[in-house]
Design a protein around this ligand. Structure first.
Ligand code: N01
Length: 538
């Protein structure tokens, strides 16, 4: 039955962010909280992205919550990069351990939220017919959660099964004996390719832009690895909160050109053998800043692709050109390039001959037709803004968030939007978000929001809103830092380039965690500078 209730806080989403927000607001601030979650289970991104090969590409022992030392000590990670089911189990354990389920309404999508200026309350509507009110609305919708369904003619007429990595069915999918087409070669496509190839009769990978992928080098943990991690958690978590990207390491202070060529090669070989994200910043400090240094690392990866893939034409097609390594979010993989040596795998370049249509029996490009039994779209997300603008969120004067952001998202610290009082956006655009290890970014935001709500309560305030001036100054700073960064130099979801018509803006804040944290803390310490509290600007 549809509900009508009033809450202190409504949280949208029960992934990493929503679960922690519920615990923090309910159990520490003693607020009356309701979480709405569209999925029929908790986990957010780790609920929906259950495609074959889905595995975290940050390492388990720091891609996790740090807020509870007891939780960290009792949970055992099985290996370096947990697969989707293990992270989903972890998040379900968190939901049980902190007794979160009773305040989470599953299978319920928030469709609209409108701010009532007079009552200083949000009215929230769901697809189940609920209408509830809340003093604060907190979005925990994830940065990569609104699937991008490409607008390809004929998609509805395809006779076979169609899958999206971003909303994979719960029941296992069996591709045995099938001719499968996979569109998209970002992190999801790169993880799914080897797994589907091992099962299908034939896999055709439709690639528009090749990616620089580094081997993951996954390994199971031994009990001594687990003991070492648990002993080191205090230091690990302290480092994740102070390092540039939320990893428990500081980048090395060594420039690419400062070492002789043979030594440079040995360092890159070592990083390649070690595997993972460290390749970008674990060897040299300047890959993200100096184009010449970046090109050395980029060419190193291309040469690895050429060494691995036996057919020279396929190898060359897989080699990224025209944008620097790291400008697109770098994937890491297990046997991705090796998979193209299999007899049952074909790579098709759809940048040279674009996809024209899906037909009832397959896919047609400008130059050829491919007969397929199943289609997999690993085509990514309307990142950072899609999950927010697809809800009908309306602030003061009935202004829609989608309209306020029609030229690209503008926020104050990625936490609030001028004209949308009492709305907080966890890991919103304009915050480091996807450029940080996500659980670290999430915990910092939830803690900041909780402190802010507590401050309002202590000061007898019921309303907080970012000023236009503070938002403009922050948005300018985000744009300046973003434009100067590596991320401006490729067409990626970081800049909205994957969604036709989306304004091109570097959406995450590229200034790094230390500067961002310092700024958030300074704003707090100045009594929420740049915000208006109950009508008075601070
Ligand atoms: O999505 P993507 P993703 N016709 O946008 C192609 C995180 N993640 O789901 O590059 C043909 O990266 C598109 O081509 P192009 C991670 O942050 C994490 O793979 O736009 N092709 C691209 O190749 C990641 O970065 C994990 O030219 C089309 C692909 O589809 C983010 O999620 C695992 C097309 C989309 O790549 C997104 O990754 C997975 C079209 N019409 C993901 N439209 C972890 O392990 C799009 N493409 C933690």
């Amino acid at each position: 039955m549809a509900e009508e209730y009033d809450f202190d806080v409504v949280v949208v989403g029960a992934g990493f962010a929503g679960l922690y927000a519920l615990h923090k607001f309910r159990d520490e601030l003693h607020l009356n909280v309701r979480v709405y979650e569209a999925g029929d289970g908790v986990g957010g991104t780790w609920f929906w992205n259950r495609y074959p090969g889905a595995r975290c590409d940050s390492e388990s022992y720091y891609y996790c919550y740090s807020f509870s030392p007891e939780l960290a000590q009792e949970w055992e990670w099985s290996g370096r990069y947990p697969e989707q089911p293990e992270i989903e189990r972890y998040l379900n354990h968190v939901a049980d351990r902190f007794e979160l389920r009773r305040d989470i309404q599953l299978s319920t999508r928030v469709t609209a939220a409108a701010f009532d200026d007079e009552a200083t309350r949000w009215t929230i509507r769901t697809d189940r017919g609920d209408t509830v009110t809340a003093r604060f609305l907190v979005t925990a919708v994830g940065c990569l959660s609104a699937p991008n369904v490409p607008d390809i003619p004929g998609l509805d007429d395809f006779a076979g099964d169609v899958y999206f990595t971003a909303k994979w069915p719960r029941e296992p999918v069996d591709f045995t004996g099938q001719r499968v087409g996979l569109v998209g070669t970002g992190s999801s496509g790169i993880q799914a390719t080897p797994e589907i190839a091992a099962q299908a009769a034939h896999l055709t990978v439709f690639q528009r832009t090749p990616n620089f992928s580094i081997p993951a080098r996954h390994k199971a943990f031994l009990s001594e690895d687990q003991a070492k991690i648990k002993d080191g958690y205090d230091e690990i978590f302290a480092l994740t909160r102070e390092s540039f990207a939320g990893f428990p390491f500081h980048p090395v202070d060594r420039k690419t050109m400062s070492v002789p060529e043979d030594e440079r090669q040995a360092i890159l070989d070592g990083l390649w053998e070690e595997g993972g994200f460290k390749f970008l910043w674990g060897g040299f400090v300047d890959l993200t800043r100096d184009p010449e240094a970046n090109e050395i690392a980029s060419e190193y990866i291309r040469n690895k692709i050429r060494e691995t893939v036996k057919d020279p034409e396929t190898a060359e097609l897989l080699c990224p050109k025209g944008y620097p390594y790291g400008a697109k979010r770098p994937p890491i993989d297990t046997d991705y390039y090796e998979t193209f040596n299999r007899d049952n795998v074909t790579l098709v370049d759809v940048s040279a001959a674009p996809i024209e249509a899906i037909t009832p029996t397959g896919l047609r490009t400008m130059t050829a037709e491919y007969e397929l039994d199943a289609l997999v779209f690993a085509t990514g997300f309307d990142a950072m803004t899609g999950a927010l603008t697809r809800m009908d969120i309306r602030g003061t004067g009935g202004v829609a968030l989608a309209d306020a952001w029609s030229d690209g998202p503008r926020t104050y610290l990625g936490l609030q939007v001028a004209g949308f009082p009492n709305l907080f956006t966890i890991t919103g655009p304009g915050s480091p978000s996807v450029l940080l290890n996500m659980p670290v970014a999430i915990e910092q935001h939830v803690d900041w929001i909780a402190e802010c709500i507590e401050y309002l309560r202590e000061h007898g305030c019921s309303r907080i809103e970012a000023t236009e001036a503070a938002q403009e100054a922050w948005a300018e700073h985000v744009a300046e830092v973003g434009e100067a960064s590596l991320f401006a130099r490729a067409n990626s979801w970081y800049v909205g380039a994957n969604i036709p018509g989306k304004p091109r803006v570097v959406m995450p804040y590229a200034g790094g965690q230390p500067m961002y944290r310092e700024r958030c803390e300074a704003v707090r310490d100045a009594g929420y500078e740049g915000f208006v509290l109950d009508g008075a600007a601070r």
